[in-house]
Ligand binder design. Structure first.
Ligand code: ZN
Ligand code: ZN
Length: 426
């Protein structure tokens, strides 16, 4: 009937990786830390869908961006509706904010999100086609204190993850009042050096010239050394805002450097732009980036409400944690239950269940086996202690508890077992 031989393996799609244990435990540690830190600032989690109407990203991220032009996973559903897997989270979150009408009841909204994003890029270390972000958005506040608050929150997360060697770089990319005239100056300059620019920059020149500062091409970087700086084009409001952000960061103890080459790649940003960078991951030096986007809520059909936020890249964050030996979460105490004999096997289930109900991590082999093989297994999984359940001890209503580190053992009454381990765990 059937063909002989093993079935062909199905592998994961290129650039879409499984996050297996123990790596997944480290991911949880980062997410849990973010949730805890963000909660102290009053940010609540929003679960946004993975799929959105393509139009959302065309209107927010920008039609002429690389993301929308060539990196989105776009398709039509069975009804012919153009949809895309989200390439980033801010657009979805703002859409959700507008759609929920949350602004009607509460002028200030503080949200965070986590989850996979999708971009069709060449996969490399720290950059996948399905990649994960944690992001936070503060909506409804034009004050520079809002910019400073989201930056301070990200800085606190980095501190609590005990990461070293992360720098904060900030800039102001102007606003709709001052940027057009600066762009004219910049374009005039770029035209004079056009031959020396890469193809991408030549394209950017016409659509969003500020983005040439984002170019990773060494030739372009060199050419741009002589380009006019955005700071020379700031209007008074932009200058005052940026000064206030810097003062607020200083007063909250957040160290920063101003880098006029920090521009955000997406169309909706204005004024404050920032990146948390490291030199420990080679070329991909930003682990988190964000900025202010006051026009976005209005552009997506909502009220004229300000916004500022950031997203951090989980893959790069994990690479950095690994590089610094901080990816391993503290091991939980393991109690191994060795079962000797048929009566003990029956008695083991409720004992193990009670311990787990009390929060003790218990492992066992689902069978009665030789003490030797069970002790070997206990050693292999790194058990702190072993409960030895034998028929003789059970007859006395007791078990032997062996402390694996002290290499000592003693008898404990069955009724005292939960208390015994709960106390050890504390
Ligand atoms: Zn301005
Ligand atoms: Zn370039």
């Amino acid at each position: 009937m059937s063909m002989s031989g093993p079935a062909k393996k199905i592998t994961a799609v290129k650039g879409m990786n499984d996050i297996m244990p123990p790596a997944s435990t480290a991911w949880q540690m980062v997410e849990d830390t973010a949730a805890r830190v963000f909660a102290t600032y009053g940010y609540a989690e929003v679960r946004i869908p993975v799929v959105e109407e393509t139009q959302l990203f065309v209107r927010s991220v920008g039609e002429s961006t690389a993301i929308v032009e060539k990196e989105m996973y776009s398709f039509t559903d069975r009804n012919g509706l153009p949809l895309s897997l989200r390439p980033e989270g801010t657009a979805s979150l703002v859409r959700a904010y507008v759609e929920s009408g949350a602004y009607v009841a509460e002028p200030i909204a503080k949200y965070w999100y986590r989850g996979p994003m999708f971009r069709y890029e060449r996969p490399q270390k720290g950059r996948q086609r399905q990649f994960y972000q944690i992001g936070a958005e503060l909506l409804g506040v034009t004050s520079p204190y809002a910019d400073a608050e989201v930056i301070a929150m990200m800085a606190q997360l980095i501190r609590e993850l005990k990461l070293d060697g992360v720098a904060l770089e900030i800039n102001s990319i102007g606003c709709p009042t001052c940027r057009p005239s600066f762009n004219e100056k910049l374009i005039a300059h770029l035209k004079s050096v056009e031959d020396e620019l890469c193809a991408d920059c030549k394209r950017r020149m016409a659509k969003n010239p500020l983005r040439v500062f984002d170019c990773k091409n060494e030739g372009c970087k060199h050419v741009l050394d002589s380009a006019p700086r955005i700071s020379s084009g700031w209007c008074d409001e932009c200058r005052v805002h940026f000064d206030a952000v810097k003062d607020a960061l200083t007063s909250t103890g957040v160290a920063f450097v101003v880098n006029e080459r920090i521009v955000r790649g997406l169309d909706y940003y204005m004024r404050t732009a920032f990146e948390f960078t490291t030199d420990q991951l080679g070329a991909q030096n930003a682990i988190s980036a964000g900025g202010r986007y006051d026009g976005l809520v209005r552009d997506l059909g909502g009220p004229d409400v300000a916004g500022v936020g950031f997203a951090l890249g989980m893959e790069r964050m994990m690479l950095l944690l690994e590089a610094q030996g901080k990816a391993a979460p503290p091991p939980s105490d393991i109690v191994y239950c060795a079962v000797l004999g048929e009566k003990a096997l029956e008695a083991a289930l409720p004992i193990i269940q009670q311990l787990r109900n009390d929060g003790v991590r218990v492992e066992w082999d689902f069978a009665s086996k030789s003490l030797k093989s069970q002790m070997r297994r206990a050693g292999k999984i790194g058990a702190e202690s072993v409960i030895i359940l034998g028929d003789d001890e059970l007859a006395k209503g007791a078990a032997v508890v062996r402390d694996m580190r002290a290499q000592a053992q003693h008898e404990v009454a069955l009724k005292d077992l939960p208390r015994h381990f709960v106390n050890i765990g504390e």
